[in-house]
Ligand binder design. Structure first.
Ligand SMILES: Nc1ncnc2c1ncn2[C@@H]1O[C@H](COP(=O)(O)OP(=O)(O)OP(=O)(O)O)[C@@H](O)[C@H]1O
Length: 567
């Protein structure tokens, strides 16, 4: 659906947008009426008492006169908003893109210039420059736009700095796209949401500042403005209260609509407005949890008939996991294998209780140590997650926060899992790093994630995951992002830790070699269903299901995993 159609369907955007269009259309068409139409006389001072300056209203103004001045004030506000915001965006966005994207020297120059602008006392400067601007509100708003631009510059610069080292920006660069195309296509799309919100606020601020200056009586007396109207409304408050009421209400309505429209626009552009879940009632589980009646009394984790659905494009549920059944015993390593998109990660996420909000468990149960996990709230899952059930992700780098040292992140996790002091946690983390094969634990402890190699980062995450001696470790493609030598080392580490801690491991992978290397049992997943499971050797030597055979045949040297497995 196009962005415009989405916006029209959004009630907040549609209502506030219509209000603003109506108000501004009425205001902006007023000069034409004033020039060519019969209302020109409305702008004269015929009704104002002698000595009333500019557009100040007399106490006996007719409703038509008030309306005419309101329309002209809207016009002034619209022009103020456009000039103030336009200048702030033009200066702030272009400097932010350049300052954030290009080298430190360009950034330092931009930074210096904007810091200088920020040292000026804004409102005072606007008043002091009145002799220069000749009281013309358009020049005043132009200067106001420059004064607003540092805020925009900082927003854009920070967003650009965050995005410019993303892998997809590197990929665009490598594919030969020029800087202008990368900035326009990849970087601008990230900054536009916050800019729209800021622009809505700035439009409101421009209108409020222009009105405020007029209220103070600073600037041209010939230009109608909400400020003038409110000022004269104050003076006539007891004899003609509507003179104060209407401009105040209209000013409030315009600024509130601008901010609400900005929010709605940002949400639509970012696609972040949560849509009501169409499957079930938007709850995590649609099933009524049954009292655990484990079919396999030995099982540490037992998944039975698990079915997970997402709302499809037409609202009908789309099942991504269908009736999956799987058991893991204490200390056992089970490989969950299948092609990309077969539902392995969704199954793992369901066990961890971290499925996205729109996912619904429509059937089945997940029993961990005799306790049903389906239907548990986040606070009920928290004592299990990261402590009894730990997780090692596929992309080690994207799971470490670049702003903190490795040590700070591990200590925080260990303290929350074990409730020990900071120094005890540090000692434990250093020992764990050493146990996980990190050559210089002290140095790694003080390093930031970008200073680590992929293999080291994965060791760090494994150290963090096993710190609480979990009963179950879920490792989601833990070696996919690593080179072959490091893959083997990480698998060795997982195997050793599993034996040492007598920990059960659910290894999510698409690689039979990895399964053959460290798993005792295997479950093969195809389009959301577990189609075959059993002892690794038996399944690899004599696959019963067509899909398993097809997967095994697709391995070039399909004897390798079996040879490995029989070691
Ligand atoms: N947030 C979501 N909304 C809708 N569908 C989703 C969402 N997340 C995942 N899916 C769908 O669920 C299905 C299973 O995805 P899942 O991530 O479990 O696959 P996978 O087997 O782990 O694949 P891979 O090995 O590539 O990670 C896919 O078809 C995917 O498109």
């Amino acid at each position: 659906m196009s962005t415009w159609r989405k916006l029209l369907r959004d009630p907040q955007a549609a209502v506030t947008g219509s209000i603003l269009i109506l108000i501004f259309a009425a205001g902006l068409s007023t000069p034409l009426l004033a020039q060519h139409g019969p209302n020109e006389s409305d702008l004269s001072m015929v009704n104002a008492p002698a000595g009333t300056p500019g557009y100040l209203l007399g106490a006996d103004e007719s409703g038509r006169d008030i309306l005419s001045r309101l329309l002209h004030s809207i016009n002034t506000s619209a022009v103020s908003a456009l000039i103030g915001t336009g200048v702030a965006l033009a200066v702030g966005v272009s400097a932010g893109l350049v300052g954030g994207y290009f080298g430190a020297r360009t950034r330092a120059i931009a930074e210096w210039a904007f810091n200088l602008v920020m040292t000026f006392p804004g409102l005072l400067l606007l008043i002091l420059l009145m002799p220069v601007t000749g009281g013309d509100y358009r020049y005043t708003m132009l200067i106001f736009g420059v004064l607003l631009s540092p805020g925009i510059y900082r927003i854009v610069r920070n967003l650009v700095l965050g995005v410019k080292n993303e892998l997809y920006v590197d990929a665009a660069r490598v594919s030969g796209l020029g800087n202008a195309r990368i900035l326009g296509r990849h970087v601008l799309s990230v900054v536009r949401g916050p800019i729209i919100i800021a622009a809505a606020f700035m439009m409101g601020a421009s209108i409020a500042t222009q009105s405020g200056l007029a209220f103070l009586g600073v600037g041209s007396k010939e230009i109608p403005s909400f400020g003038d109207m409110i000022s004269s409304g104050f003076r006539n408050l007891y004899v003609a209260p509507t003179q104060f009421l209407w401009p105040s209400l209209l000013l409030g309505l315009i600024t509130a609509s601008l901010v609400l429209l900005g929010n709605a626009l940002r949400d639509t552009l970012a696609g972040s407005r949560p849509q009501p879940a169409k499957v079930g009632q938007g709850q995590r589980a649609e099933v009524t949890p049954q009292p655990p009646a484990a079919a396999d009394p030995e099982a540490l984790l037992e998944i039975r008939d698990l079915t997970i659905a997402y709302p499809g494009p037409g609202g009908q549920p789309r099942e991504v996991v269908r009736g999956a059944t799987l058991a893991i015993h204490r200390g056992q390593t089970v490989g969950l294998v299948g092609e990309s998109g077969s539902g392995k990660t969704q199954t793992a996420f369901a066990v961890l209780g971290v499925l996205p909000d729109e996912a619904v468990v429509t059937r089945g149960s997940i029993v961990f140590e005799g306790r049903e996990l389906i239907g548990l709230s986040d606070s009920e899952m928290r004592p299990l997650r990261g402590k009894q059930i730990a997780y090692v992700p596929q992309e080690p780098m994207s799971n470490l926060d670049p702003s903190y040292t490795v040590g700070a992140q591990l200590v925080e996790g260990v303290r929350s899992a074990l409730g020990i002091s900071k120094s005890e946690a540090k000692t434990r983390v250093l020992a764990l790093l050493e146990r996980c094969g990190i050559a210089d634990p002290e140095r790694t402890f003080d390093s930031y994630p970008h200073q680590l190699s992929g293999g080291m980062a994965q060791r760090v995450l494994i150290a963090g995951a096993v710190a609480s001696r979990p009963k179950l470790l879920i490792a989601d493609e833990p070696t996919t992002a690593l080179d072959v030598t490091v893959q083997a080392e990480i698998l060795d580490l997982l195997r050793d830790l599993q034996a040492e801690l007598n920990m059960a491991v659910l290894l999510v992978t698409h690689n039979f070699g990895v399964v053959a290397d460290i798993c005792e049992r295997i479950a093969v997943m195809e389009r959301g269903q577990i189609v075959e499971s059993g002892d690794v050797l038996e399944v690899l030597r004599g696959p019963r299901h067509e899909y398993t055979r097809m997967l095994l045949d697709s391995i070039l040297d399909h004897t390798a995993p079996i040879r490995e497995a029989s070691r």
